[in-house]
Write a protein that binds this ligand. Structure first.
Ligand code: FES
Length: 321
């Protein structure tokens, strides 16, 4: 077991909504779990050698359990299907300690929490935390339909139910999210948090940027991403700065795959450009960023990239490896 990893048991598996299940995890040895802050996720190592990241969605004051929510995704590369079909109550899993790439800014004048579909998991945890500390906030929860909306009972019973507005794609016009109005309403000291599918996040974040929201007030986390591979992807070369060794990356290969074939391991986790585990410094060349992890500003600096999914615009990339 690597440092910081934990063996947990699924003590409760519950259907929360159509295609969404929650898994309650407790430590196998019965000890309290490491503390976590709102917005944290864990790596879950599941049967078949698959590792995926799931946000913790329970109250961050709890130490006896972690709660994760998993959407059965028909386009799944195996992670969500495995959790739904092969991880019953009583199953044992190995997880990482919580990590937080999506923390709340404390002391904000107001927080706008925006969840799309299963992206509600970290957002719900943030709502719990803000409700507890008295931080002013509102939460918007957008889903395809009421039957696909998880945690409605928990929200209804919470002390913050009045701060949550639901927006269903199949609902009438009066309940649709009036995004432009919302973004025009508040700016100073207001922080916006977004989690959901890529199309949802692009919609919110593009509108917020167009409305003049500064980058430091926009916070987001992609919970999963499509890895864009195209037959038109060009081959290129990477050179390892330490040894000068040059490795060819074929059009149908990722940099991580090409390096692995050459006997060079780069640590990965999500392999989707979401988690940042594989982040590697770039010393020369222009990466073709395809990740969701780096901010637009960090991508533009071109001094680091995610070799699990990103490629190269230049013929050669020199990597700090
Ligand atoms: Fe997660 Fe590359 S392994 S970003």
């Amino acid at each position: 077991m690597s440092a910081g990893e934990l063996d947990v048991r699924v003590t409760r598996k519950r259907t929360e909504a159509l295609d969404i299940s929650t898994f309650e995890l407790v430590q196998v040895d019965g000890r309290p779990l490491p503390a976590f802050s709102a917005g944290s996720h864990i790596d879950v190592h599941m049967p078949g050698g698959i590792t995926r990241q799931y946000s913790l969605c329970n109250d961050p004051r709890e130490s006896h359990r972690y709660l994760i929510g998993v959407l059965r995704d028909p386009g799944s590369r195996g992670g969500s299907r495995t959790m739904h079909d092969e991880v019953p109550e009583g199953a044992q899993l190995r997880i990482s300690a919580p990590k937080n790439h999506f923390p709340l800014v404390h002391g904000a004048a107001h927080s706008v929490l925006m969840a799309g579909g299963i992206g509600v998991t970290p957002i719900l945890c943030m709502a719990e935390r803000l409700a507890m500390t008295g931080g002013p906030f509102e939460m918007h929860y957008c889903t395809r339909s009421r039957e696909r909306t998880a945690f409605t009972g928990r929200i209804a019973q919470s002390g913050f139910a009045s701060k949550v507005q639901y927006h269903f794609d199949d609902g009438d016009a009066s309940q649709k999210l009036a995004l432009d109005d919302l973004l025009a309403r508040r700016k100073d000291g207001v922080h916006l948090y977004v989690c959901g599918p890529k199309g949802f996040m692009d919609w919110i974040l593009d509108a917020a940027r167009a409305a003049g929201w500064p980058a430091e007030q926009l916070h987001y986390e992609f919970f999963s991403a499509e890895v864009v591979r195209s037959d038109a992807d060009a081959a290129f070369e990477v050179r390892l700065a330490s040894s000068g060794r040059v490795v060819q990356v074929a059009g149908n290969q990722t940099v991580v795959e090409a390096l692995a074939a050459a006997g060079i391991e780069v640590q990965t986790s999500c392999e989707q450009g979401v988690c940042g585990t594989c982040l590697t410094r770039v010393l020369e060349g222009e990466p073709d960023h395809r990740d969701m992890y780096l901010t637009p500003e960090e991508q533009a600096a071109n001094d680091q990239f995610t070799p699990c999914c990103s490629r190269s615009h230049s013929r050669l990339l020199v990597l700090d490896l």
